[in-house]
Design a protein. Structure first.
Length: 317
């Protein structure tokens, strides 16, 4: 088995849910959605109000054992409040996960390959898993780290690395995806004076609330750059609601052109400054202070929108 970049994982329980339990769950949808609206990542989990070093080492271990044994993303989104912003706190959590991997993988050498060395826990996506690490224990499975022995070529029999050739009946290509701007780059989107969106975003994407782009009036993106953070379905619903309100605002006033204006940019800058340095958490994606802003005049606005690189700033690398 080839694995290029190990990921932090937490166990996910796959117990079957009965019909009666599903009915009870559906009855709680309003409560669950309201809970998601009040958490930084729009998950049902909220950060624990305590800091990592405010509890004893025994309390800390017990808390992490509890989170590790539960399903879902609580170990990421419901952890101590400083896990994603304090290096020492994150190092303790990373060590806890590393110890868990060593417990579950029989071969110490394989376990070390599966423990990330270039990232702190939670600074990349945390994929829940069920018996993932145990899958590396069978004697007929070999884990090859292509960082140590890079792939040189595909052969008639399989894959040749710098160290050896491996025979395979089947090769699965996991090529990844082009996040942030990939889907937009595949469309020849043009704005004022024929400006192409892909040219505007050549250096970095720029958008107001991830929805509006300077010079591209009436182009309303749902979950554009900078907006897809946290629980994507819940954040998308909020974004759709904001766009719906904006379109209704324009329609009711007979406006035919919607653009970002300077007041909106000032709000965006304020939000960016408030969240600087956070990792994996931010205030609500959009909130009631971001009121719809419209202009009916012709021509692009005479300002540059706040530029932001995609994703979150990271203090842990």
């Amino acid at each position: 088995m080839f694995q290029r970049t190990p990921n932090w994982c937490a166990p996910l329980h796959n117990d079957r849910i009965g019909e009666e339990e599903m009915r009870r769950l559906r009855a709680r949808y309003p409560e669950i959605f309201a809970r998601c609206n009040d958490t930084p990542g729009r998950f049902i989990h909220a950060p624990d109000p305590r800091a990592t070093h405010e509890v004893t080492s025994e309390e800390r271990e017990d808390f992490w054992e509890k989170l590790y044994g539960e399903p879902g993303l609580g170990i990421w989104q419901g952890n101590f409040r400083d896990i994603l912003v304090d290096r020492q706190a994150n190092a303790l959590m990373s060590d806890f996960i590393a110890r868990k991997i060593r417990q579950r993988v029989k071969d110490p050498a394989v376990a070390e390959k599966l423990i990330p060395k270039n990232q702190g826990f939670g600074t990349r996506r945390v994929p829940p898993e069920t018996h993932y690490y145990e899958a590396y224990n069978p004697p007929n499975l070999e884990l090859v780290d292509i960082n140590e022995t890079p792939i040189e070529r595909i052969t008639l029999n399989g894959i040749k690395t710098s160290d050896a050739e491996y025979e395979f009946d089947l090769i699965i290509y996991a090529t990844g995806f082009d996040a942030i701007t990939g889907s937009f780059d595949r469309i020849n989107i043009r704005g004022v004076d024929g400006r192409r969106l892909r040219d505007e975003w050549q250096d970095e994407p720029q958008a107001y609330l991830g929805i509006l782009v300077d010079g591209f009036p009436n182009m309303l993106m749902v979950m554009g750059p900078h907006a897809g953070l946290g629980n994507f379905p819940r954040a998308a619903e909020y974004s759709v609601g904001w766009v719906t309100g904006l379109v209704r605002f324009a329609r009711d006033r007979g406006l035919t052109r919607i653009e970002a204006i300077q007041a909106g940019v000032a709000l965006d800058r304020a939000r960016q400054g408030a969240g600087r340095g956070a990792i994996g958490q931010r205030d609500r994606l959009l909130d009631d202070r971001h009121q719809p802003q419209c202009r009916a005049q012709a021509g692009p606005p005479d300002h540059a929108l706040q530029r932001r690189p995609p994703g979150l700033s990271r203090a842990l690398r």
